[in-house]
Design a protein around this ligand. Structure first.
Ligand code: SF4
Length: 336
């Protein structure tokens, strides 16, 4: 598989009246064509801002300060707004947590599907209509032709999410970014939507970046996972590496906070105590120091480098240094 996207040392800040919030602090990642990558972390870890930087959809006070975002050979940080408009919706589709943020309440679902096809693909209205109907059928919306004439408020929550997925894929994008796509849905619909996305990935060979706070959501769909904390990637590896051989205490905490279906009645969930770091004044050393049970003196003063565990698996934690104390394996991982 060749590389579709590579982000190198991305730094994004927001300039507020209280100072500079360093939301993304040197993120590097890559995505292969046809691959699904999970980006996991708590709210405020920088995962959504990394993607908004990539789409060049930051709020006015947000700025990319450094780094490259190479998509199909072009550096997106260097493109004009007009060039970016061609990429958004056409080459890269987005699915958000709340469909109402991307569905326009005053246009029918049909209009919202037809318009990008006419704009980006130069289709006639008739061809765009037929393609839009096919898309609604593909995402499992019954009576698609009738539904084309309806407005978003006439759809249920799960159906709106499906309509938004149809909008994201209607131009056959090379990449779909799904930001907490199922958080607002109940578990049954959640499972159906995830299954649908997996199916579309396989059928259309679309690459997917799935952003979530929930490791359980990425387990089934993604082949690799990047764990973010404090505006940085703190661990990356294959899904197997992350679930069966995690090497960062933050990942251990995330794994322990995933409910285990085998013990759901007996087991209490273990949230990670404490608060994420203040990104107005990010820590000099490891951003997880204040919440980490294994913090050492070096963690406070020196940012851990990415230690290579194997050629796909890396973790930014001093415990992976050859001279660090060995940690009991029971402390690591949760439900793996
Ligand atoms: Fe904990 Fe230190 Fe590892 Fe950070 S570098 S996660 S503080 S042990």
């Amino acid at each position: 598989m060749d590389t579709l996207l590579s982000i190198n040392n991305l730094k994004t800040s927001f300039f507020t009246h209280v100072g500079e919030v360093q939301a993304v602090r040197g993120v590097s990642l890559y995505l292969k064509r046809g691959e699904a990558l999970g980006i996991v972390g708590e709210s405020g870890s920088g995962k959504s801002i990394t993607m908004m930087s990539m789409m060049r959809l930051l709020e006015e006070n947000g700025k990319i300060l450094d780094g490259q975002i190479i998509f199909e050979g072009s550096d997106l940080t260097k493109l004009s707004e007009k060039q970016m408009q061609k990429i958004r919706g056409n080459d890269i589709g987005m699915i958000f947590q709340d469909p109402m943020t991307s569905l326009n309440p005053v246009y029918t679902i049909g209009n919202q599907l037809i318009e990008p096809l006419m704009k980006h693909k130069n289709m006639s209205k008739k061809d765009a209509f037929d393609t839009a109907v096919k898309m609604l059928q593909l995402v499992g919306i019954p009576s698609a032709e009738k539904r084309m004439k309806q407005y978003p408020h006439e759809f249920s929550g799960g159906m709106r999410q499906r309509a938004m997925i149809a909008m994201a894929i209607v131009c056959n994008p090379k990449l779909i970014i799904a930001d907490e796509p199922t958080t607002a849905l109940d578990v049954t619909i959640q499972a159906q939507i995830l299954e649908l996305m997996k199916d579309l990935k396989d059928k259309l060979n679309t690459s997917i970046i799935l952003i979530t706070h929930d490791l359980g959501v990425v387990a089934d769909m993604c082949s690799r996972i990047n764990v973010m904390y404090g505006g940085m990637i703190v661990e990356s590896g294959t899904t197997r590496d992350i679930f069966y051989n995690p090497k960062h205490p933050y990942t251990w905490g995330l794994l322990k906070s995933v409910p285990n279906p085998k013990n759901i009645a007996k087991e209490r969930l273990n949230p990670i105590d404490g608060q994420p770091p203040d990104l107005l004044k990010p820590p000099v050393g490891c951003p997880f120091t204040d919440r980490c049970d294994y913090a050492m003196k070096i963690c406070m003063n020196s940012k851990p480098p990415m230690f290579e565990i194997n050629n796909e698996h890396n973790a930014a934690c001093w415990l992976n240094h050859g001279l660090a104390p060995k940690i009991n394996a029971d402390a690591q991982g949760g439900n793996a």
